[in-house]
Design a protein around this ligand. Structure first.
Ligand code: BGC
Length: 474
């Protein structure tokens, strides 16, 4: 008797090989994504901790700014160093170094005897964040099969949002004890998990082949692919390495790589200049100004923002390999731009167009919530994903490092300038971020390629061979 086809598949070694490989790949993605958890936690936790650090160390405004922005500064250098390090010592070891920086920085900041040590420790944590924001998405992308790479790399963003939310909750729980040292020190736990976990994980097969270690690459692939997939993938990677010469920093600007680099840097900067961190870093203040008078209500609304940020990222995880990257990006941008414009109108013209003043606070929370939903299913995860997948194997580490450094630079300027611009422009500032949303829509719609379902090598080939679709302009 013939078995129905479905039953044959269920018992075949290929299908059982695939499900074992899928489980292993998911485990790898989860361990690497711990870097994202630390990224989110360490950028979020400082808001609450500052309430007590300021009086304890008797800090003036300039020192306060340094304590907060030291992480961004460290992340910028961490990202640049991450490119060279991913090339030299590999993706896996770079993730381990990132984990060690988190542990060292957290330990140091929790025990800092004075503000100088505290600032230094925040730079060390920043280095970890920069390293991980280059190495983790790249590592996951290089080990994932094309069919669900989007979902797996998006776990990194899910972990960032989880880290931000946990930091808000930890801050709130420890506020009564004034326990800022615990707030900062708790990051040691995920840091240690990241280091221990990564020790047990394989190196990226693409880095191993680039380094000439084919046997090790095949061993790594054997863990994450079924046996019938390995030969074809090794051939494809070899072919890509042959066609793309090794790229130093200057070659990145040559015509062959420039279009991809422009897409990566463009995406990275646009993720920031559309204003996300004005909300993530300043939400309680924005809510208080809009009329949520008590600090407790403003904080509760902020935690609400953290929750919807995390939940809406799940939408991307569900859809990114089904409908693709560009539809998510474009739909998200429409929603973000509309909410920013609506927020600007409500705050700037609300009273003159007869909006009930009692409605301004709930409208603000509503529009900001909608903006976060739209960011979280689009620019949040998809930008990190695309930075990890649009560059050819030979250039990926350095090009991703430049794009990531551009992301941190833009983040630094946007979050630094927000209080000053708000002072100068008032609510009209939201129209500026909305205008950036329009620019992002035009750039992504017209310039950025779709990468859904393609192997990393297909994407690399596409930049070489499809001038019209991928804009190889000479
Ligand atoms: C961005 C961060 C931002 C976070 C918010 C990330 O994708 O890179 O700057 O704070 O999303 O969820």
């Amino acid at each position: 008797m013939r078995l129905p086809l479905r039953d044959v598949e269920e018992v075949s070694p290929i299908s059982s090989g695939r499900s074992r490989a899928a489980l292993y790949t998911a485990l790898i993605a989860i361990v690497a994504a711990l870097g994202g958890l630390l990224f989110g936690f360490d950028t979020g936790v400082i808001a609450g901790a500052m309430l007590f650090i300021v009086p304890d160390f008797n800090l003036g405004p300039a020192q306060q700014g340094l304590v907060v922005s030291a992480v961004t500064f460290g992340a910028l250098f961490g990202a640049l160093a991450g490119g060279a390090s991913c090339d030299k010592i590999g993706r896996r070891r770079t993730n381990i170094v990132a984990g060690m920086s988190f542990i060292a920085g957290s330990l140091l900041s929790a025990t800092a005897p004075n503000v100088d040590v505290l600032i230094g420790s925040r730079v060390v944590i920043g280095l970890g964040i920069g390293l991980t924001s280059v190495a983790a998405p790249m590592y996951i992308a290089e080990l994932s099969p094309a069919r669900n790479r989007g979902k797996l790399v998006s776990l990194f963003q899910l972990a960032i949002t989880a880290g931000i939310l946990v930091s808000y909750l930890v801050d709130r729980a420890l506020v009564p004890e004034h326990a800022w040292r615990w707030m900062l020190g708790l990051a040691i736990i995920p840091g240690a998990l990241l280091v221990l976990g990564m020790f047990a994980m394989p190196e990226s097969p693409r880095w191993l082949l680039k380094t000439g270690l084919e046997k090790a690459a095949r061993r790594a692939l054997a863990l994450v692919r079924s046996p019938d997939e390995i030969d074809a993938e090794v051939r494809e990677i070899h072919d890509d390495l042959e066609h793309n010469q090794p790229a130093g920093w200057t070659e990145l600007l040559m015509p062959g790589l420039r279009p991809a680099l422009l897409a990566g840097v463009g995406l990275a900067v646009l993720q920031q200049v559309t204003g996300i961190n004005t909300i993530i870093y300043y939400a309680p203040q924005i809510f208080q100004q809009a009329g949520l008078n008590s600090a407790a209500t403003a904080l509760a609304a902020t935690i609400g923002i953290g929750v919807i940020n995390l939940l809406s990222t799940l939408v991307a995880i569900w859809l990114v390999d089904r409908i693709g990257r560009k539809p998510l990006l474009l739909a998200g941008l429409v929603g973000m731009t509309a909410s920013l414009a609506a927020l600007g109108v409500a705050l700037r013209f609300g009273s003159s167009i007869g909006v009930n003043p009692d409605l301004i606070a709930p409208l603000t929370v509503g529009f900001i919530g909608l903006y976060i939903v739209c960011f979280a299913f689009s620019l949040g995860p998809v930008v990190w994903l695309m930075i990890s997948e649009i560059f050819p194997n030979r250039a990926r580490a350095r090009a991703a490092a430049i794009s990531t450094a551009a992301n941190w630079t833009a983040n630094f300027f946007v979050s630094l300038s927000f209080p000053v611009l708000r002072e100068m422009m008032g609510p009209s500032l939201w129209f500026l971020y909305a205008a950036m949303g329009v620019a992002a829509f035009v750039f992504i719609g017209g310039y950025v390629p779709e990468t859904k379902g393609k192997s990393l090598e297909d994407i690399s080939r596409q930049w070489r061979t499809e001038p019209a679709g991928i804009v190889e302009r000479h």
